[in-house]
Design a protein around this ligand. Sequence first.
Ligand code: MRU
Length: 339
Amino acid sequence: MRTIELRGKSVVLIDQTRLPRELRLVRCRSAEELAKAIECMQIRGAPALAAAAAMALAVTALRSKAGGRAQMLRELEAAAARLRRTRPTGVNLFVGLKRVLRVARSARDVREIRAAVVREAKHIADEDVEANRRMGKHGARLLKKGDIVLTHCNTGALATVDYGTALGVVRAARRQGKRIRVIATETRPFLQGARLTAWELKREGIPVIVITDSMVGHVMAQDEVDVVLVGADRIAANGDVANKIGTYSIAVLAKEHRVPFYVVAPTSTIDLSVRSGREIPIEQRNASEVEFIGRTRVVPKGVRVLNPAFDITPARLVTSIVTERGVVKPSELKSLFKR
Ligand code: MRU
């Protein structure tokens, strides 16, 4: 199945907090349930969150008992307001909501709104898969036979509706027979690399080695990395990239070791309304994610910890950005929207 699907009047998604121990599905019947699933990371990854938010509005419309257009629009606006408060950094969630609200507002009655909202949510999900396949095709050209790719966090099928962004490039290159191998950073504190990237790649028979985040410099110094491929949660107009915490450190190390650093993201992740990375809000998550590993406390009680979920990689450290419309330098982002 896809990572997230609209089934009847519910949204069914893979519970990513349980992987790799078990593959379990969660059914969400309301926007509130989806908002909670997003907050606790049962579903995560910027493109997957666009689909989740859009489907949350679809479920709201499908279950609404609104007697008229105005009331249904009010219910959708309230659901969207709740969803906007879940995770601030990734722009895709906001884009998904905007798209669905736009079609809802231009429909004439309750029945039309319902149909339009469901259609748009499904469209957003299908478009995501299509964009990923296109990025795979463009990005695979950057990889040579036998390359070792270092990746951070999870950018695979689980972070999207299906196929993945940076991992989609690995998939596409493998399909071309390039025998790519992957080094996945564990990605403290939520361990998306160790738990999710390693799980996805293992299932597909793609060779993967997991390292802790602090080993990146060492493996690069040993000449064990040919290319870095990461995803993005929001890209500013100047090419600065917000992505999982730790991405910036990897980019600095890649520069030092002359390893190309590619960001793979759909154009829906590019936010031309923010001029630079400084304007991108960075989500601060609960300290307990750092204080505990599983149920074991690893930081003494009473000691302050930080838990920013994302960081900003300045455009100057990014070799190129792979989108579904082609590969561009961070300084050429605007050209993608002129065609
Ligand atoms: O906190 P997460 O797991 O939602 O963070 C995900 C990332 O940072 C990914 O790299 C990004 O969303 C791109 S995934 C295609």
